[in-house]
Design a protein around this ligand. Structure first.
Ligand code: ATP
Length: 254
């Protein structure tokens, strides 16, 4: 069997009695685009953060292309492009300054950084703001997602791990983003995204994992997981439904 792009094995994280990830195991095959879905607080960000070396697990392992993220972080992180939840970027820089800083920090050739920066900013439609000298701290939420994605792509990683990449991104930019991700996979890369938008996951991903209360409830190809219904039906079936009952919120709209 070929080495998976990403392999999470029994990743566990307990936040003072709150078991945010309870032995999360997930295999991301090479060349796949996997959607990680789950309710708020399910443990998606916790699991992905442990998978990419941003949050130390209590136990369990994460491997990128067979390389242990926590034992050999430098080698593993060279293969990874990460869009974390909530960016911790130097923000008093323009986008091109930030990408230059990021690229040089990764030991990239300055000429390559400059060429890729220009291309990424143009495709992500951040070039105009950049030319006007707008600082990242002044960016809108969607623009911040886009510059975060640019930092994840800059060094041409093999595996992309993107926490809610489409959140707050406008429809035209979302379309661009989808085509970037599809092209990345067609070129042999592998991707995991977390998302709350079931239709997006159904449209974009070939695999899906459903996580709730820190546990993986389903994992497989889209067809395997959703069966004969929609992904949303399967999600609600596994996670449980919450409706607003007749006697609740009666004070609203009075
Ligand atoms: N740094 C932290 N300290 C303490 N508890 C945390 C921390 N980060 C997450 N948690 C808790 O861990 C659980 C899982 O949170 P996590 O952010 O992984 O969920 P999520 O699936 O990404 O949720 P969402 O869809 O709302 O972004 C939640 O109960 C959350 O309160």
């Amino acid at each position: 069997m070929t080495t998976p792009a990403l392999e999470l094995d029994a990743l566990t994280k307990d936040f003072s009695g709150n078991l945010a990830a309870d032995a999360v195991s997930l295999t991301i095959p090479r060349g796949s685009l996997t959607g990680l879905v789950g309710p708020n607080g399910a443990g998606k960000t916790t699991s992905l953060s442990m998978a990419v070396g941003l949050l130390r697990p209590d136990s369990g392992t994460a491997k990128v292309d067979g390389i242990d993220v926590w034992r050999e972080p430098t080698r593993a992180k060279a293969l990874l492009g990460v869009l974390p939840d909530g960016l911790a970027l130097p923000e008093r820089l323009t986008a091109s300054e930030l990408l230059r800083y990021w690229g040089l920090l990764r030991g990239m050739d300055p000429a390559v950084v400059a060429a890729r920066t220009a291309e990424l900013l143009r495709i992500l439609e951040l070039d105009e703001a950049d030319e006007r000298g707008v600082l990242v701290i002044e960016y809108s939420t969607g623009m911040r997602k886009k510059i975060g994605l640019a930092t994840a792509l800059l060094h041409s990683p093999r595996v992309l791990v993107l926490d809610e990449p489409f959140e707050a991104v406008d429809p035209v930019s979302a379309r661009v983003l989808r085509s970037i991700l599809r092209r990345f996979v067609a070129a042999g890369g592998s991707i995991v995204i977390s998302s709350h938008v079931m239709s997006l996951v159904e449209d974009l991903c070939d695999r899906v994992a459903i996580i709730a209360r820190g546990t993986v409830l389903a994992d497989g190809t889209l067809a395997e997981v959703r069966g004969s219904g929609s992904l949303e039906d399967r999600f609600v079936e596994l996670v449980g439904e919450r409706t607003v009952a007749e006697g609740e919120l009666t004070w609203l709209g009075r």
